[in-house]
Design a protein around this ligand. Sequence first.
Ligand code: S3P
Length: 178
Amino acid sequence: MKKNNIILTGFMGAGKGTLARQLQSRLNTLAIDTDDLVESFTNQSIKSIFESRGESSFRELEQKVVDWIIASVDNTIISTGGGMPIFAGRFEQMGRVYFLKADFDWIYNRLKNSPNAEKKFKKRPLFNDRSTAEKLMNERLPLYEQKADIVFDLSTHSEKEIIEQIISDHAAFVSHSK
Ligand code: S3P
């Protein structure tokens, strides 16, 4: 049984956090980010968790976040770390899952042209180099699609359109699940 949360997934840099903040102001609900939760649980940055404990420990921490959300969070907008739908168990139970899909070049350029671009690459240990990240995204694509209830293509839909569609789809989902 799914919860009523809005779950945003997608590769690193797709803009899950930005969209979550816009949804938050429209829906007047809380928005949380799973990377922020991992960082506050550990009092460590994601980068330093990868460096000092390794990726597998990070995935265990992400699983704790998923378990906590399933047990304790509802009616909330949740942006998720790019690897969470790939590695975490019971991922779909957290809520209605929206996959923000985009071409790799679109994502790369979005990050590269953003303010603080260097910082945005640096804080993501798995986005160190362009071709490895592109390969990783392509490997993950089938699972992102499989774990999603709805897929939106960021290169063919405006942010505004996606927000409207998420709001109306989610309202229908909530009313059916009552
Ligand atoms: C990761 C994505 C990151 C963060 C960590 C690992 C991944 O989150 O969870 O660096 O495996 O794709 P963002 O998608 O918010 O960058």
